[in-house]
Design a protein around this ligand. Sequence first.
Ligand code: NAP
Length: 267
Amino acid sequence: MSQAIRVAVAGASGRMGREVVKLVLTDPDLELAAAIARSAGPVDAGRMVGLEECGIYVTADLGQALAETRPDVLVDFTTPQAAMPNTELAIQYGVRPVMGTTGFTPEQIAELDKQCREKGIGGLIAPNFSIGAILMMRFAAQAAKYFPHVEIIEAHGDQKLDAPSGTSIKTAELIAQNRQELKQGNPNEHEILEGARGGYYNGFRIHSVRLPGVFAQQEVMFGAFGQSLKIRHDSYERAGYMPGVKVAVQKVMETTGMVYGFEHFLD
Ligand code: NAP
């Protein structure tokens, strides 16, 4: 039997982090090495997520946790502000980062790829671990070849910090690869209310809806003379991301360099 992969979880007390802790504690292929959250206090990680005591106490300092436990992989669901420093810290310790946290710029991703390659380790930045969302992005990219007029409407809970969502930016990038830059709409269009037309990307628009009660939805809407095509994905709960997180943890053990997008790990 192969050895379990030792995983540290950053943002362990958060909504996503708790699901990851549950996954790691209940999956025989994975072992919890550390659980990090700044304000949870020294609670048992198992107890924190409603499972039996596991003997791993939540700690506040990521660097110290990585130095003391030397895990194989760090799974991070914290905040966009912490994402870059946390990833660099993991790489410094030779720990493969699996970043669910969104908000990286293309320059930061390129820099992290360089750092991973220098260390000879793999890593992943995944705006979305859901297979349905990956398919939505793939189908949207395909459709853009035939329907160049497109807008993206994404909706998330009202406490989300970054806008537009990482998934919508990733979708926009994939669409742009299959479509010449095309400035859509009336050239004399005038926004009476600033922001009404959404964020501008490669000639098209991304709209972010933020409402309590919403989890994660995205619709990619294509328009042409006499027809429209809508490709839509809805996520209803966080547990739906966990099969993807497990695949990511296993794949980063076999790769080198920072991969951007979970779709690269799906055959
Ligand atoms: P959340 O419930 O607010 O949890 C955030 C966690 O991060 C908490 O444990 C929090 O605990 C910790 N944290 C907050 N600020 C921090 C900082 N500056 N440094 C280190 N740790 C910090 O958030 P969530 O809903 O779980 O989402 C977390 C992230 O995952 C967000 O960026 C979200 O957009 C992203 N997300 C990604 C996916 C995907 O599929 N890739 C899916 C859902 C969400 P302490 O404050 O105690 O440290």
